[in-house]
Design a protein around this ligand. Structure first.
Ligand code: 5AD
Ligand code: SF4
Length: 450
């Protein structure tokens, strides 16, 4: 009687999880389940979870505590843990906080309805096998109409950075077929989407029958020149010249690269198994800036990896000053069971980690502010995404370098339009501008990239 079942899902963690949620809902929808945004009317509540740091998992445990109250009132409610935490903790999660009935890892979503049936038959539903081949190639994700879409092009990770749990929770690297990705972009184009972000833990390792990530980007870019193509995440080891030239060549591939550095110290990079040196990383940045004028970079940084000294930390500060990232995601090191770093002594105190992280965040804010201030008076083309969160009198869009830009709403301008704006003020997080004119990047032969 699955037709009667209403599913509510919450997504935690990275963009891969957002894309996976759409795949999961696609599978459920195909089997006649209904999707609801109101958890009070749901028969099944699913949490698509993240294990990357301990605080991500603690949030989920907190949420399970609340769900227990709901389940006390409604004992037939089914609660499921999906994603990385399901894979990491497996059957240990069953009965966690007295509420979990269903545990489904990232490669078992095809079987989710079967596993839900097991719960309805009085058992527990557990599916946690990892696969070397699953890419959900043929599953049509459940997506609402909109401007931007996520699209996973590969799954898993083979890099085994010593701090990272992902290779254990998401398994080995495998790529989805180039043709099926291109077909999906065609469908998105027909539905009026204007931006597609190609996702993978390590997209530069993409490989489908001799076709690499640069080939995929080029094929994606020509589907619809009004669609902007973004991608994440890149690993410094595999960012090839061919890829850089492909980004430069196609006006609708965004001039924005997320290139995690993690640390500025070669000794720490080696302990992290990152396979590059700071010198190599900086050369890569310099080369990218030559090949793609105006390209912007963001990064990930970890403060307080085992044995990190104050000098190592200063080297991270130094690399930030040299690169001048447009943005950064910054974290305190969190030991994850099963990883190599977990066996190293977690010897940087919590207090030191906090202090170093604060210095890193303060510096990044200052740099982002300065970079954004330097755009004042300049023109930028933005893809309009919708109205500003605070007021319908303002619209919000993004520049190709991934900066949010707010401008006063203009009659007739709709989400999905490309508009030229002139910037008149800026904070470290947002640009503010004024509408100049609407552009058709293809007809006007204007580069989508500034
Ligand atoms: N502790 C802190 N940060 C981590 N990341 C991955 N694993 C850990 C960990 N154990 C960060 C890295 C990675 C990003 C997705 O999360 O910076 O690039
Ligand atoms: Fe984790 Fe490293 Fe793979 Fe990124 S590249 S998912 S940090 S192991």
């Amino acid at each position: 009687m699955s037709e009667l079942h209403k599913v509510y899902i919450e997504t935690y963690g990275c963009q891969m999880n957002l894309a996976d949620t759409e795949v999961i809902l696609g599978v459920l929808w195909n089997k006649g389940y209904q999707v609801t945004k109101n958890q009070n009317e749901a028969d099944i509540i699913l949490l698509n979870t993240c294990s990357i740091r301990d605080n991500a998992e603690q949030r989920i445990y907190g949420r399970l505590g609340n769900l227990k109250k709901q389940k006390n009132k409604k004992p037939e409610l089914v609660v499921g843990i999906l994603g990385c935490m399901a894979e990491r903790l497996r059957k240990n999660l069953i009965g966690s906080k007295g509420v979990v009935d269903l545990v489904v890892g990232p490669d078992e979503y095809r079987r989710i309805t079967e596993l839900i049936d097991e719960v309805y038959n009085g058992g527990k539903g557990i599916g946690v096998k990892l696969s070397r081949t699953e890419t959900y190639d043929d599953i049509i994700p459940f997506r609402e109409d909109g401007i931007s879409a996520w699209l996973s092009v590969m799954r898993g990770c083979d890099k085994f950075c010593t701090f990272c749990v992902v290779p254990f929770t998401r398994g080995r690297e495998r790529s989805r077929s180039l043709d099926s990705i291109v077909n999906e972009i065609k469908l998105l184009s027909q539905r009026g989407f204007r931006e597609v972000t190609l996702l993978g833990q390590n997209v530069n390792s993409y490989l489908d029958n001799g076709r690499d990530f640069a080939d995929l980007l080029a094929a994606a870019a020509v589907v619809d020149k009004l669609i902007r193509i973004r991608f994440t995440t890149s690993h410094p080891q595999d960012l090839s010249d061919k890829l850089l030239y492909t980004i430069a060549e196609h006006p609708n591939i965004c001039n924005y690269i997320h290139l995690p550095v993690q640390s500025g110290s070669n000794r720490i990079l080696e302990l992290m198994n990152r396979t590059y040196t700071v010198e190599h990383y900086l050369e890569l940045i310099e080369k990218s800036r030559k090949i793609i004028p105006g390209v912007s970079f963001s990064t990930d940084i970890i403060a307080g990896f085992p044995s990190e000294t104050y000098e190592d930390h200063l080297m991270t500060i130094d690399v930030m000053n040299k690169v001048r990232y447009d943005g950064a995601y910054m974290f305190k090191y969190s030991p994850r069971e099963g990883t190599k770093a977990h066996k190293m002594e977690n010897d940087v105190t919590e207090e030191m980690k906090s202090k170093r992280l604060t210095e890193i965040i303060d510096l990044q804010q200052k740099i982002s502010f300065e970079i954004n201030q330097s755009t004042i008076g300049k023109e930028e083309i933005v893809l309009v995404e919708g109205y500003s969160k605070k007021s319908d009198a303002f619209m919000s869009g993004r520049t190709d370098t991934n900066k949010v830009l707010i401008f006063p709403a203009i009659d007739g301008i709709l989400p999905g339009d490309y508009v030229k704006t002139v910037i008149n003020s800026a904070t470290s997080a947002t640009l503010f501008g004024k509408y100049v004119e609407t552009v058709n990047p293809v007809k006007d032969k204007i580069q989508l990239t500034a």
